[in-house]
Design a protein around this ligand. Structure first.
Ligand code: HEC
Length: 140
């Protein structure tokens, strides 16, 4: 009797735990050097976003552009040979669009110097981060 009461008390927790379970994401199995490079680029994205925010708070649009270009299309350190082919097309598209959006942010920072425009770029770039992270993970 005591035991079954205990189990009943636990039931709502079990249901909650299930509802809280992180949704499944598509696992990408990449060679270690590819995964290391993508993760390196990711950390660069984070550095750019932080720098952009800090520069924006100071209304320093040249610095905003500089931080953005660090994650632009031409900025990422040369990836290991074959990386592009190892990634699913959707992943490549989202990644490319994210790099391109940083370039556009840089151009707008230099030509407009409008904090609101930059904040909108940052927000829309972060939607790419969110979307891709919700879709993919590395691992088996
Ligand atoms: C095209 C897909 C994609 C986009 C776009 C993307 N990421 Fe990622 N990111 C990933 C994947 C996949 C991982 C690995 C996650 C995992 O295995 O759980 C990752 C991991 C990371 C990590 C951890 C890096 C490490 O050293 O482990 C950081 C930080 C990160 N992303 C930041 C960002 C930021 C900031 C953005 C947006 C500016 C972004 N990412 C956009 C796919 C993406």
């Amino acid at each position: 009797m005591k035991k079954s009461l205990f189990l009943v008390a636990l039931l709502p927790m079990a249901v909650l735990a299930d509802a809280d379970k992180a949704p499944e994401r598509e696992a990408l199995k990449l060679a270690p050097e590819y995964e290391a490079h993508v993760r390196y680029e990711m950390r660069g994205f984070l550095v750019s976003l932080q720098g952009i925010n800090e520069a924006l708070a100071k209304q320093d649009f040249e610095a905003v552009a500089r931080y953005a270009r660090q994650s632009g299309r031409s900025a990422p350190a040369q990836g290991p040979r074959g990386l592009g082919k190892a990634l699913p097309e959707r992943f490549r598209e989202l990644g490319g669009a994210t790099h391109a959006a940083f370039d556009q942010l840089a151009v707008d920072a230099e030509t407009m110097g409008d904090a609101r425009v930059i904040a909108e770029h940052v927000s829309s770039i972060m939607k790419n981060c969110i979307q891709c992270h919700a879709t993919y993970r590395f691992g088996k």
